[in-house]
Write a protein that binds this ligand. Structure first.
Ligand code: PLP
Length: 394
């Protein structure tokens, strides 16, 4: 018996435990300090009333033999897939129901999709990055090539013809940087993927935060994408489903490689290894896409967007370089006075009692940068920014 030794390639994930240790040690020494956390990528606002009402109703249906539901379709109920199809239609993207797969969130499918690809494929991943892309490929032993995101390219790396890739990851709006690709930039990526015969894995988990019409919310708004891209999306940040768990993955029928249709392969994979998202949750998700639910979710997102504006304005005032915050809940700031990510973490904690996430935790290229999130409450965000002005405004 041999284990998968590729797991030895994984680095221990110390980021959030190191943050917690430092915060606890500080709090112990300074029990009266009121620490504000602007580091966590989880939402704080509750589910919208439309989703709650729909889930209550679905629970009641489970109590009656006539309306009880057992195993559902692995790829999701048509009532929800139809709603997602209509949601895409509003972006002028036409999808058939078979191309829409309901998931228990983007993270699982981002990992699971790798079942479709040979281990010999070469993977192109931006750095800094959401660590799941790297770790899931390391577990399979694939070769990874990093594309450098930096202040020079606004943390939006563009394709380089000399680099050969089979699988390409893009995340827009990006976690951790908050940077968002424009239509013209995404067109270049799609054209490059087609020339390389590569498959583009497009993570749109934060699409609901885009307000600028020049930045696409879906890769399928780009010509040619249906023949080279798979899109992952989630209700986690759109509708506060981080604990409820529901997302969707789009695998177009036009996406073919080696003579095989990836949509058919994904259906086969899902019907074999996945038993679907709970009926009750899918009813909640359906309600998110209703007119009422969408309006309620938009209200929640607006609150987060206001927080992002407060953070961005403060950094503008302090003359600190940053990206994100406009079409994204993340603000990626340069650490002041040439500090490293961890130096700034300590300085911010000690002098302002504010906690964020050191950029180095998302890859080497993240050092010297720092991630703040807009998912806190308005009061806490406002207060944290007042403290930043006080400490770094002098
Ligand atoms: N993709 C990105 C870029 C994320 O930041 C996250 C969550 O933080 C996910 C995917 C996972 O989302 P989900 O909750 O749907 O699994």
């Amino acid at each position: 018996m041999r284990i998968n030794q590729k797991y030895r390639m994984l680095q221990e994930s110390y980021l959030f435990s190191s943050i917690q240790k430092k915060v606890s040690a500080y709090q112990e020494k300074n029990p009266s300090a009121e620490i504000i956390r602007l580091g966590i990528g989880d939402v704080t606002r509750p589910l919208c009333p439309a989703a709650i009402a729909a889930m209550h109703k679905a629970v009641d249906e489970m109590a009656e033999a006539a309306t009880f539901r057992g195993y559902g379709p692995e790829q999701g109920y048509d009532f929800l897939r139809t709603k997602i199809q209509q949601y895409y239609q509003k972006k002028n993207v036409r999808l058939s129901l078979e191309e829409i797969f309901i998931s228990d969130g983007a993270k699982s499918d981002l990992g699971n999709i790798l079942d479709l690809f040979a281990k010999e494929n070469r993977v192109l991943i931006p750095s800094p990055v959401y660590p799941v892309y790297v770790d899931t490929n390391l577990m399979d032993g694939r070769e990874i090539v990093y594309m450098e995101a930096s202040k020079d390219n606004g943390f939006l790396p563009m394709p380089c013809e000399d680099v050969k890739a089979d699988i390409i990851y893009l995340c827009s709006p990006n976690n951790p940087t908050g940077a968002v690709y424009t239509r013209a930039q995404l067109q270049k990526w799609v054209d490059y993927a087609i020339r390389q015969d590569a498959v583009l894995l497009f993570d749109a988990a934060y699409e609901a935060f885009i307000t600028d019409s020049g930045c696409p919310k879906s890769i399928y708004e780009i010509e040619g994408a249906e023949a080279c891209a798979i899109e992952f999306c989630s209700l986690s940040k759109t509708a506060g489903f981080t604990g409820t768990r529901c997302g969707y993955t789009i695998v177009p029928s036009a996406l073919k490689r080696d003579g095989d249709c990836l949509q058919k392969m994904w259906l086969r994979r899902q019907t074999t290894k996945f038993n679907g998202v709970p009926y009750i949750v899918q009813r909640g998700a359906e309600a998110v896409f209703s007119e009422e639910g969408m309006a309620q979710c938009r209200d929640n997102i607006k609150q987060y967007q206001k927080n992002a504006q407060v953070i961005a304005k403060t950094l503008d005032m302090l003359g600190i370089w940053y990206v994100g915050g406009e079409n994204s809940p993340y603000i990626w700031m340069e650490c002041p006075n040439g500090m490293s990510s961890w130096e700034f973490f300590d300085d911010l904690l000690e002098r302002a009692n504010v906690v964020g996430t050191p950029g180095i935790g998302f890859g080497e290229n993240g050092d010297g940068f720092f991630r703040l999130t807009a998912f806190g409450t308005q009061e806490a965000t406002q207060m944290a920014m007042e403290r930043l002005k006080e400490v770094y405004g002098k």
